[in-house]
Design a protein around this ligand. Sequence first.
Ligand code: NDP
Length: 322
Amino acid sequence: MSDTIEKLVIIGSGPAGYTAALYAARAELAPLVFEGSGFTEQNQGNIAGGQLMTTTDVENFPGFPDGILGPELMNLFKRQAERFGAKCVMEDVIAVDLASRPFTVTSETQTVKAHAIIISTGATAKRLHVKGEDRLWMKGISACAVCDGALPIFREKPLAVIGGGDSACEEATFLTKYASRVYMLVRRDEMRASKIMAKRVEENPKIEILWNTVAEEALGETVLEVLRVVNKTSGETRDLKVSGLFYAIGHKPNTDLFVDQLKMNEVGYLVTKPDTTYTDVEGVFACGDVKDPVYRQAVTAAGSGCQAALDAERWLGANGIE
Ligand code: NDP
């Protein structure tokens, strides 16, 4: 372990982490940012750059009237933070000790001490665990259409998306670029999605919405071939011949590292003091999706990253750590 004590370590990247890094770097705190490791099939929660790395066009980030690709936007965020001295490393943090000061942060290759920590670990796409899913995971079943949808196994094939939120609409629309047909399974008789996104799906001739429908079983020898679904109103079972199944059913906050160390709500989101990014441990701050079950937007995450850096800077100053 190095003898140096970092003033500020930021765990997690994405709009929140990089914005915190930008502000902290400009405040000359030289933050060390553990961005998360590179993308693999297994670690979808720890992608350096966060969830926007698995998105295509971002149309609602202010300042980009023509839209911008998610990965391009995150690259710009990162470059801007690095320009002012943020030290970004593409590694996952595997342990933290918040019980003694300075805090200890252990990544895959190093252990560092830190006076203050900002947590921006985001959230991960949920899976349903229907029968057959574990066997066929990544053999036709995925939680990210944008990451995997362009693969040859899905080209010109019928595909299915589960969910009725904005993500499901976005993914179903995206998949129509490649698929012959997209079934969208919505478990109720209405969507949670915003009106504009729902309308786009409803008007897309390649998308068939199956209302009140849930998945029962994924079938196939070596790859997904059939999705057995049930209509909850009629009780009728139907076998959809699909080569791909994509989950878009929401997210789980990435807070396993902090269990029994930081206050969380009943579903694992970090709890911060009202109108601040302070967690219940002094010197530890949280921003972005890891503490936000409500808004979860890139722009709100970026805003809370800025707040976390300002909170951390002021807290460090108040404690004589300049
Ligand atoms: P949401 O929580 O908004 O929606 C989840 C969807 O999955 C709901 O339709 C929900 O159904 C359904 N669902 C949940 N669990 C199950 C289950 N076990 N079986 C079947 N269906 C299930 O998540 P999203 O990821 O869609 O969106 C999260 C946030 O991100 C939102 O604020 C959204 O607006 C935003 N977003 C914005 C985008 C944009 O503007 N470009 C793109 C993507 C997301 P039910 O409604 O019945 O609970």
